[in-house]
Write a protein that binds this ligand. Structure first.
Ligand code: MN
Length: 149
C-alpha cells in the first residue's frame, strides 16, 4: 500500500503529524513545499497525485531560476492530509524538528513520461514550469523550465 512506509516510520501517539489514509484526488491538484528544519535543513516538495502526496526532499531548496538544477530525493508517499501540516515533530521521532509551509498552491501535470514529470505550478513563491527528471534510484533532478509553454 502506498502509505505503508509513511505509517511504519512514525508513532502517531507521539508525533502531531496526520496519520491519514489514501484519498481521492479530484479536480485541481495541489502542491506544498515544506521547510523542514530537521537534523539538516531541507525542503520537502509534495505533489497531490494518485490519492497521496508524492514527495521529494530537496536539500538545497527549490530552484527559482532556470539555470539552477537541484537534487530531489524521492521519499515515502505522504497522506493528502499532510498538505496542511505544520508543527513540531518531537525529538526522538522520525524527522524530528520544525515543519513550516514555505509555499503551496495548485499545479497541472503537463507531461508524464517514464522518467520525466513536467509541471506548471501556481503558488505564492513558485510559479511557472518545473521539471523533475528521474536519474536513478531515489534521485531526481529538479529545475525550472526556461520558458513557459
Ligand atoms: Mn522532511
Amino acid at each position: 500500500m502506498p502509505l505503508d512506509k509513511y505509517h511504519h516510520k512514525r508513532d502517531f501517539s507521539h508525533t502531531p503529524e496526520p496519520e491519514g489514509k489514501q484519498g481521492d484526488s479530484q479536480g485541481v491538484s495541489r502542491f506544498v513545499v515544506h521547510k523542514h528544519q530537521a537534523s539538516h535543513l531541507h525542503y520537502d516538495f509534495r505533489l497531490e497525485m494518485d490519492g497521496v502526496l508524492k514527495s521529494w526532499a530537496v536539500p538545497k531548496g527549490m530552484p527559482l531560476q532556470p539555470s539552477i538544477k537541484r537534487l530531489a530525493v524521492q521519499v515515502e508517499d505522504h497522506p493528502l492530509d499532510y498538505i496542511d501540516f505544520a508543527g513540531e515533530i518531537p525529538q526522538g521521532q522520525y524527522g524530528a524538528g520544525t515543519v513550516e509551509i514555505w509555499d503551496n498552491g495548485n499545479y497541472t501535470l503537463d507531461k508524464k513520461e517514464n522518467d520525466v514529470l513536467e509541471l506548471s505550478l501556481k503558488g505564492s513563491r513558485l510559479t511557472g514550469g518545473y521539471v523533475l527528471v528521474h536519474t536513478g534510484g531515489k534521485n531526481w533532478l529538479l529545475f525550472k523550465r526556461k520558458s513557459d509553454k
